[in-house]
Design a protein around this ligand. Structure first.
Ligand code: PMP
Length: 434
């Protein structure tokens, strides 16, 4: 079935608010490594799959074999009321990697559920419904997670079971403190946090939740050390700190395994999802044992931690550790950022090139200033696609191009992508300035 036929059927039966990329949306009909093929047989280098689902790459034999071995037992799933070996093994691995002493892990099916879970734990532990989040954040699409999402374009509902106050810091490029030095920026944000706690919340805040690098928010982040200063203030008030690692975990940022480690902070809990399953539905929370065990009523997730997802996730984790994909992300991320920063000065639509490892954002602006240019981002998405490269879009104003290829990216593929990006940016720059 052609992609055009599928689109017509999609539009008829799926909600209008399900966003689709491209003027002529595509299906991913097959894939291997870092390449995907659409319904018409056209091949693309996939520079966005990495963040969404494929941390490691498509069609990786070790992962497919682990999933197949589980399918061969005949047990896709039974119930989380029984012991599941791969769930236990995966929890042990994640707890060990978390840096949180004696950590415990709870599995869900998505990042949204993971964040809902951690909010339930924190509000129960602290007996408070007060939560702090960052402006420009994205944490999910259920009631509480929408409420802590500070990006109106993705906040589907104004109803909320928690009371949220937003603080400054995540998006340095468009911050009111933008022109300050990093040290002064961090100090200003810490002051803002203290002021919000003292004057905006009702006191006794349960937790603060934050993405170390904001994903949907356009791969924006505060300077290293920001979260250390923030954590110091939170500790004074006994407020728990949760790092949402749904996009930043598993070595993607290159220099560290978890995004928050760049700030030298050990959080009370972290949430994860997306890439861990390399395409299988999985999410979860890793937390201090007293926080994890603070619930008194029974609770479980029917499919969270099922044998197929956890077998695949365990194989994904082993693969990315065995092949040291974190080091690959650091090396190729640096090459991509250098390449983009080299070509940026010739193109006034490029306002900012930022990121760490294989999590790279290119913020597009109207020529001659810093006004966000969503039209340039839409044009660049189409321009790269027509040249055989899939990239992501994001940002508070929809004006940031996001690059997040699978962490098994090769040098040749990085150069190929840079070539396409150079051509596409030049074409869009000329178009926008015409
Ligand atoms: N947290 C972050 C940082 C995310 O980027 C996302 C998804 N974009 C979520 C949570 C929600 O994850 P899911 O879509 O799996 O529910």
């Amino acid at each position: 079935m052609s992609d055009a036929e599928l689109l017509a059927r999609h539009r008829a039966v799926l909600p209008n608010w399900m966003a689709l990329y491209y003027e002529e949306p595509i299906q991913i009909a097959s894939a291997s490594g870092r390449r995907v093929t659409d319904g018409s047989g056209r091949s693309y280098l996939d520079f966005f799959a990495g963040i969404l689902t494929n941390a490691v790459g498509y069609d990786i034999a070790e992962i497919s074999d682990a999933v197949r071995a589980q399918l061969d037992t005949g047990v896709l799933h039974s119930s989380t009321l029984y012991l599941i070996r791969s769930q236990i093994e995966l929890a042990e691995r994640i707890a060990g990697l978390s840096g949180i002493p004696d950590a415990k892990v709870f599995f869900t099916n998505s990042g949204t559920e993971a964040n809902e879970t951690v909010l339930m734990l924190a509000t129960q532990y602290r007996r408070s419904d007060q939560v702090l989040a960052l402006r420009n954040s994205y944490h999910g699409r259920a009631f509480a997670t929408v409420a802590i999402t500070g990006n109106r374009g993705w906040s589907a509902s104004s109803l909320s079971p928690v009371k949220v106050s937003y603080v400054q810091g995540g998006y340095q490029y468009r911050s009111p403190f933008r022109d300050l030095s990093d040290a002064d920026y961090i100090a200003a944000c810490a002051r803002d946090l203290r002021e919000v706690i003292e004057t905006t919340t009702a006191g006794d805040v349960a937790c603060m939740i934050a993405e170390p690098i904001q994903g949907v928010g356009g791969f924006s982040s505060p300077p290293d050390g920001y979260f250390a200063a923030i954590k110091e203030v939170l500790d004074e008030y006994g407020i728990l700190f949760v790092s949402d690692e749904v996009q930043t975990g598993w070595g993607r940022i290159g220099e560290h395994f978890w995004g928050i480690q760049a700030h030298g902070v050990t959080p009370d809990a972290m949430t994860f999802a997306k890439g861990l399953g390399n395409g299988l539905a999985i999410g979860g929370v890793v937390a201090r044992p007293d926080l994890m065990d603070c619930l008194t009523a029974n609770s479980l997730s029917t499919f969270g931690g099922n044998p197929v997802s956890t077998a695949g996730a365990l194989a994904t984790l082993e693969y990315l550790l065995d092949h040291d994909l974190q080091a690959n992300a650091a090396k190729l991320g640096e090459r991509l950022i250098d390449g983009l920063r080299t070509l940026a000065p010739a193109h006034p639509i490029v306002g900012d090139v930022r990121g760490k490892g294989l999590m790279i954002g290119v913020e597009l602006v109207e020529p001659g200033g810093t006004e966000p240019s969503p039209r340039a981002a839409v044009a660049l998405l189409e321009a790269t696609r027509s040249r055989g490269l899939l990239v992501g879009k994001g940002g508070l104003y929809g004006n940031v191009i996001r690059l997040a290829p699978p962490m098994s990216l090769t040098e040749d593929e990085a150069e190929e992508a840079l070539g396409i990006l150079a051509e596409s940016i030049a074409a869009v720059d000329a178009e926008v300035r015409a």
